[in-house]
Design a binder for this molecule. Structure first.
Ligand code: GDG
Length: 527
């Protein structure tokens, strides 16, 4: 298969902002300018909190930070602006450390900004988080309509929780304030903030999963309310232009009263214009590279190989995923099964390491999926394993960031084959973790947002084309060194230049442009 032969996604005649996405010029000075003016009225709102308090075995209170790059990136901004982060307090000791306003100052050692926690009962979380966010909006946006569960009366709790976020935001941000909302858990909050006449801050909202075509989204039971909710924002961001185009089409189709300017990427609904922009998210590349070259990574890597009987000269392929049905893991294992059948020369020489992190397991579709992955792992091993070689090593252990960086570095190829994925950070982490003379080859599904950015230099795969996928693995395994280097150099500079910090800067630079254009005397921002 020719890498890049399926990059049909680069031209969207009705939405010509790809060039803008590729021009990454926002510098620290621009960000500093914004942060200086933002001061205390800078608010982030997300379902997940950046710090969580729990009771340790000795009864003391421990603080943990989620591993994700997004929270780390936003945490850094918050530390600079000393603003407020509003999130669901899901830690068992969270209540024990807050003040009378449900707020704790974080980070724990330097106490720079406010983390305001919202409390929800188990019943509310069941409806808002599990039923609506994860069994309705997640599959819907991933175009997995057969997996969408009827929402019954859970919607009213989703609306309630979103309104609690809106109330907290309205309390914290006055009309000069800037609020940055995250993701699909808070689709109604922007409109609910507008409905509180007390304040009118600038609202930016980053949607981290795909936005599907209108023909798919119209299956949503509350489609008009969701779109109205999001059109309360001043700025709405997705990872890639395809999702922006889908959203504009959805806005036009769902609500009669919208005026959509495709060329400008703007929707006007009633008296507000929402600017819609693509910002492909990156990873903390410098941190990952430093971890990958550290002692802990090397120690973990060697111990992992020993424990799992992987010989020193074995070629390693890696996959790292939450065990989510969007990630295409059984399809990947089927392709490996086919590889060892069609290309028996790789038997004994190639081991595939699958790191699969348990997620949302109590949802039946996830529990079934996790069983399916286990069966697919067993199938490949039953078909091909020998006395001294196992083709697939599967672990569900949660691995430390350093350990993961060590595994990425040990791998000669990465197999990233989602059926649908908003962006995908794993493929970028893999590139960031290659150090010194490493030149890992990346196989990437054309269904991931990241493919729109990296597609030219990866070996492209289609997750359902089992034989084509197996051929692509063989192509990667036999790729001449010069070609590996050529592709890797391009992937490396793209991932390092477009890291998480750059993503934050780019979003905030657009916020600055839009707020400045809105100031009295400035030109109309909308054209
Ligand atoms: C959503 C969108 C979008 C996994 N296992 C371990 C571990 N992980 C980390 C990976 C990576 C993260 O989980 C997964 O990120 P992805 O981007 O692949 O996927 P989602 O979780 O579905 O994220 C996605 C993203 O939001 C951001 O907008 O890219 O499209 O679906 O960072 O490293 N980390 C560690 N140990 C593990 O065992 N340390």
């Amino acid at each position: 298969m020719q890498a890049g032969d399926i990059r049909g996604s680069k031209s969207y005649p009705r939405y010509p902002v790809m060039d803008e996405m590729q021009l990454r010029s926002t510098d620290s000075a621009t960000l500093d300018r914004l942060l200086e003016t933002a001061t205390a009225d800078f608010v982030v709102a997300s379902n997940r909190q950046p710090y969580r308090h729990d009771y340790g075995a000795d009864g003391d209170i421990d603080v943990t930070r989620p591993a994700g790059g997004l929270t780390a990136g936003l945490d850094e901004v918050m530390q600079r602006v000393e603003g407020t982060w509003i999130a669901w307090g899901d830690g068992e000791a969270d209540r024990a450390v807050v003040d009378g306003e449900d707020t704790v100052t974080v980070p724990p050692d330097s106490e720079v900004y406010d983390l305001q926690r919202l409390w929800f009962s188990e019943e509310v979380i069941e409806d808002y988080y599990y039923r609506i966010s994860n069994q309705l909006l997640w599959p819907l946006c991933h175009a997995a309509l057969a997996t969408v569960e009827a929402s019954g009366d859970a919607w009213s709790q989703y609306r309630e929780v979103n309104d609690e976020f809106a109330a907290a935001i309205a309390d914290r941000a006055d009309s000069d304030g800037i609020v940055w909302l995250q993701d699909y858990h808070l689709a109604l909050t922007p409109r609910q903030v507008r409905e509180r006449a007390s304040t009118d801050p600038f609202l930016a909202h980053s949607w981290h999963i795909p936005w599907p075509a209108w023909d798919t989204f119209r299956a949503a039971p509350h489609r008009r309310e969701i779109v109205r909710g999001l059109l309360g924002n001043d700025l709405l961001t997705f990872h890639v232009p395809r999702y922006c185009a889908n959203f504009l089409e959805t806005a036009e189709s769902a609500l009669d009263e919208t005026l959509v300017d495709y060329a400008a990427g703007q929707v006007t609904y009633r008296d507000r214009t929402t600017t819609v922009r693509p910002f492909p998210m990156g990873v903390p590349a410098d941190r990952i590279r430093a971890e990958a070259t550290g002692m802990e990574a090397a120690g973990f890597r060697e111990a992992f190989k020993r424990t799992h009987g992987i010989d020193a000269d074995t070629t390693i392929a890696i996959g790292v995923d939450r065990l989510d049905y969007s990630k295409g893991i059984p399809e990947r294992l089927a392709a490996l099964d086919t590889l060892f059948e069609l290309y028996p020369q790789w038997r004994g020489d190639v081991t595939y390491v699958q790191v699969g992190t348990e997620t949302r397991s109590w949802i039946p579709a996830y529990a079934r999926y996790q069983k399916r992955v286990e069966r697919a792992v067993d199938d490949v091993n039953d078909h091909h394993a020998t006395a001294d070689w196992r083709p697939v090593v599967y672990t569900t252990d949660m691995i430390s960031n350093e350990g993961l960086a060590g595994l990425y570095r040990a791998a000669d190829l990465a197999l990233v084959s989602p059926i649908r994925d908003g962006m995908n950070l794993v493929c970028q982490e893999y590139i960031a973790a290659q150090a010194d003379d490493d030149t890992g080859v990346l196989l990437l599904s054309d269904q991931a947002g990241a493919h729109d950015v990296l597609g030219e230099w990866v070996v492209s795969i289609r997750p359902y084309d089992t034989t084509g996928f197996a051929d692509a693995i063989d192509e990667a395994l036999t790729m001449p060194t010069a070609e590996r280097e050529r592709r890797f150099d391009a992937l490396e500079s793209t991932v390092l230049d477009n890291d998480i910090e750059q993503w934050v800067r780019d979003v905030l630079a657009t916020v600055t442009t839009l707020t400045e254009a809105d100031e009295p005397g400035a030109q109309d921002a909308s054209h």
